[in-house]
Design a protein around this ligand. Structure first.
Ligand SMILES: Nc1nc2c(ncn2[C@@H]2O[C@H](COP(=O)(O)OP(=O)(O)OP(=O)(O)O)[C@@H](O)[C@H]2O)c(=O)[nH]1
Ligand SMILES: [Mg+2]
Length: 572
């Protein structure tokens, strides 16, 4: 709920430049700008020095506030305002408007008076007309400004010539006539009358069509037509004549109890019956809108143009709808900025927060906007939100990309180092590289928080690595072929070597057999001739055999020196 704002004293709201032009005070606008609550606006108008400011102070519940005049000169200039929390309607602000006294002949500017009256009518939800004495013809005629309202205010901009005074009633404030220093008895044809009966009696039209009757009837007709809701309070003389000039300083004991009673009833009525200020189509006016409204009307009047209710609503709608778009956008943006701190996020998380904030932004917009009949401003808000959303999505992607790239850079650090050192430049290097790459991918996939760009970044990384991979595979193939060739050569040599060894063994065997055959030749001959077939022959045979073995063993070159030669060949 919007916070109430309370001013501790009134401020000048609408002032007059030295050239006589009215203008809205910036300081007052700034105060109103802060009031988001609906406002109940009670304005007082009437002849100068009739106790208007005093009455407004009573409405504010204060003894002093709006400055009271102590001389016969008019005191209040322009329009002053006092915003206080509404005493009985929680959630609304009571705006009291005290206006410059009308009819000061010294001023000699009736147009100025009429403008002040007009602004009071345009800005208030309850208009208090303050007069002194009785409601006689003079008092009604003093309210001549009512008859000028049709010339001072237009309802629609289009029907320039048409009389749209009938429409006024829809936008005009309710009306209270406060009669001060009422000393007469309230009697109608000798009968006691209530205050309201007294007022209605005073406003009664005369029958006839003479100029005099018409002149008599005109202000009464205007009051009746424009202000269908009317109320009257007749205030007795407040205190002893000598005390009147210092009324605001008096204790309540020194003020007439009748006066206090009427004042209290007046205040009670004003609080209870005064409604929140509304524009055409029932649009509720906040303090902020009241500020815009005042500025619009005052600027229009000052530029010499007749203020138009319809145009004011259009202008208000433009200001408020633009501000509503801004409000909605701010809500969305501040929420998304918070979310941005947690990027990268999954797309669905960004989208759901976007949706939530969009609908909050729309609600915020709706609260402030009015008359966005074709939904143009809401569309603008949506377009701006979508534009921002696209940008946030891009930033989320970027954050994800950065995170994924950083992660891959860390995970592939050792591989990069190995590549630099040519670790994979060996037979089987390709398999090792593939294994390392597989580990990196596995590790990468197991890591959380990569989000939207995870796949894309990995794909890019693998694309880059495929260049390394191809190079390694190529080198690996070459190296492996060379190795296979060498292996084949070695196998061939080994086979050759084995063959030579076999041949060597065979040659050695042959050589030994030949040697033994030569060495055992005599023994063979002796055996043939039966040389050992005699006593002691066995010993002779053993002796010969022993000699053969000795001889055989003493012989060198029994084995061929192939091995060292072969080994030499292999080494070469
Ligand atoms: N006789 C009489 N005097 C009053 C009454 N209320 C206030 N006054 C006195 O009348 C003088 C003018 O009162 P204001 O409240 O300043 O009157 P005003 O209508 O605001 O005067 P302007 O701002 O000059 O138009 C002051 O001295 C008040 O004390 C009242 O009901 N009767
Ligand atoms: Mg005053």
């Amino acid at each position: 709920m919007a916070k109430p704002l309370s001013m501790d004293k009134p401020e000048c709201f609408i002032d007059t430049e030295s050239g006589g032009k009215l203008y809205v005070k910036e300081s007052a606008l700034q105060i109103l700008q802060k009031i988001e609550q609906p406002v109940v606006v009670v304005a007082v108008v009437g002849l100068y020095r009739t106790g208007k400011s005093y009455l407004m102070n009573r409405l504010a519940g204060k003894q002093t506030g709006f400055a009271l005049g102590s001389t016969i000169e008019s005191k209040t200039k322009g329009i002053w305002m006092w915003c206080v929390p509404h005493p009985t309607k929680a959630g609304t602000t009571l705006v009291l408007l005290d206006t410059e006294g009308l009819g000061d002949v010294d001023k000699g500017d009736s147009k100025h008076d009429s403008n002040i009256f007009c602004l009071a009518v345009l800005l208030s939800s309850t208009l208090v007309y303050n007069s002194r004495g009785t409601i006689d013809n003079r008092a009604v005629e003093e309210l001549q400004y009512v008859t000028e309202l049709t010339e001072c205010i237009k309802v629609k901009s289009s029907n320039n010539e048409a009389d749209d005074s009938g429409e006024f009633v829809k936008f005009f404030p309710s009306f209270i006539w406060a009669v001060r220093d009422f000393t007469l008895e309230r009697k109608i044809y000798g009968n006691d009358a209530t205050e309201d009966e007294y007022l209605e009696f005073a406003l009664k039209l005369k029958v006839g069509t003479s100029k005099k009757v018409m002149e008599y009837n005109l202000p009464r007709e205007c009051i009746q037509n424009y202000f269908p809701s009317r109320k009257c309070f007749t205030f007795p003389f407040p205190t002893a004549p000598e005390n009147v000039s210092r009324l605001e300083k008096l204790d309540s004991a020194d003020i007439s109890s009748d006066f206090l009673e009427v004042t209290e009833n007046f205040c009670k009525y004003a609080f209870e019956k005064s409604e929140v200020k509304k524009l055409k189509d029932g649009i509720i006016v906040s303090g902020r809108v009241l500020g815009h409204l005042a500025k619009n009307y005052v600027d229009t009047i000052s530029s010499g143009v007749v203020p138009c209710l319809e145009n004011a609503v259009i202008a208000m709608a433009k200001i408020e709808n633009e501000a509503a778009v801004k409000d909605g956008l701010e809500i969305y943006q501040s929420g998304m900025e918070k979310l941005k701190d947690t990027f990268p996020l999954e797309l669905k998380n960004v989208s759901s927060e976007h949706q939530h904030l969009s609908s909050t932004a729309t609600q915020t917009f709706m609260k402030r906007s009015f008359r966005d009949n074709d939904g143009g401003y809401l569309k603008t808000l949506e377009e701006k939100i979508n534009k921002l959303f696209d940008e946030y999505l891009r930033q989320n992607e970027e954050a994800s990309k950065r995170q994924c790239e950083d992660l891959l850079s860390v995970l592939s650090g050792p591989m990069t180092e190995k590549l630099k050192q040519g670790f994979y430049a060996k037979p089987g290097g390709y398999d090792l590289f593939c294994k390392d790459l597989e580990d990196i991918v596995k590790n990468y996939n197991s890591q959380a928080n990569k989000e939207v760009k995870a796949e894309e970044v990995l794909e890019e990384f693998l694309k880059q690595k495929s260049v390394d991979s191809k190079a390694i595979l190529h080198a690996d193939k070459k190296l492996t072929e060379k190795e296979k060739k060498i292996k084949g050569e070695i196998e061939k040599i080994n086979k050759l070597f084995d063959e030579y060894l076999r041949q060597n063994e065979e040659a050695s065997k042959r050589q030994c057999e030949d040697l033994l055959s030569v060495l055992s030749g005599p023994m063979t001959e002796k055996l043939k001739q039966g040389f050992y077939a005699k006593p002691g022959g066995y010993d002779l045979f053993c002796k010969d055999l022993e000699d053969i073995v000795k001889n055989y063993n003493s012989q060198a070159n029994k084995e061929v020196k192939v091995l060292p030669i072969l080994l030499n060949i292999i080494v070469i």
